[in-house]
Design a protein around this ligand. Structure first.
Ligand SMILES: Cc1cc2nc3c(=O)[nH]c(=O)nc-3n(C[C@H](O)[C@H](O)[C@H](O)COP(=O)(O)O)c2cc1C
Length: 194
């Protein structure tokens, strides 16, 4: 039976979790990067298509390949993060349908526009699951859209139909540099119950 997780866990994932741009000099293990994926693969996607693909950029060499494609204001925070995940979308996701959902006919996704919309929606959800999982495992995150998608795709996904969506720096954040937290919309501003 499901039960609510405790307040401390909710603080870790949501209320006290911040976007980090400065990092402690502390590595993240491959085991924890793998643990993130081991959680998010269970979270829902449309028809279980699971279109997210993730490259964890960890080595100095790989970071240097990423660097020229970053917007200037994202360079230092990315180069100093222990890892940077490239959250991407595989437009060729139907090839895995025999494993993921044998009841779905891959021909349903023949139309390129609807395939792209479907893939982008679920892969973006998986990106959000990614942030939540990383925080749940004790990491700090710094998501970023300030980079050149085409350049990253050429460098990391050449010859595939995988397209970058956003980047997420990972590591142990340095809270000394946090900006004051910005307001959020109230329930009434953002929601209604009908
Ligand atoms: C999709 C996305 C793209 C973002 N792009 C950038 C970026 O390029 N550079 C940056 O410094 N922060 C970026 N941010 C960080 C947001 O500005 C930040 O998460 C938001 O203001 C909330 O901050 P808080 O988590 O500290 O409350 C991005 C966040 C998201 C979710």
């Amino acid at each position: 039976m499901s039960h609510a997780i405790n307040d401390e866990a909710l603080d870790t994932i949501f209320r006290n979790a911040r976007t980090y741009r400065h990092w402690q000099d502390k590595p993240v293990s491959n085991a924890i990067l793998m643990a993130i994926y081991d959680l998010i693969r269970w979270a829902p996607t449309a028809g279980n298509i699971s279109p997210a693909r993730i490259v964890f950029v960890v080595s100095k060499e790989a970071k240097e390949r990423l660097k020229p494609h970053l917007d200037e204001f994202n360079v230092t925070k990315t180069m100093t993060a222990a890892a940077t995940a490239i959250l991407a979308t595989d437009l060729d996701f139907p090839r895995y349908l025999p494993k993921l959902n044998p009841r779905l006919n891959p021909n349903e996704f023949d139309d390129a526009d609807s395939r792209k919309t479907t893939a982008f929606r679920s892969a973006t959800l998986q990106g959000a699951y990614f942030i939540i999982a990383a925080r749940a495992l004790g990491l700090d995150c710094g998501p970023m859209s300030g980079f050149n998608n085409e350049g990253v795709d050429r460098e990391f996904f050449a010859g595939t139909q995988v397209k970058s969506n956003f980047l997420c720096n990972l590591g142990y954040g340095d809270p000394a540099h946090l900006r004051p937290r910005a307001e959020r919309l109230s329930f009434d501003e953002a929601c209604r119950i009908e």
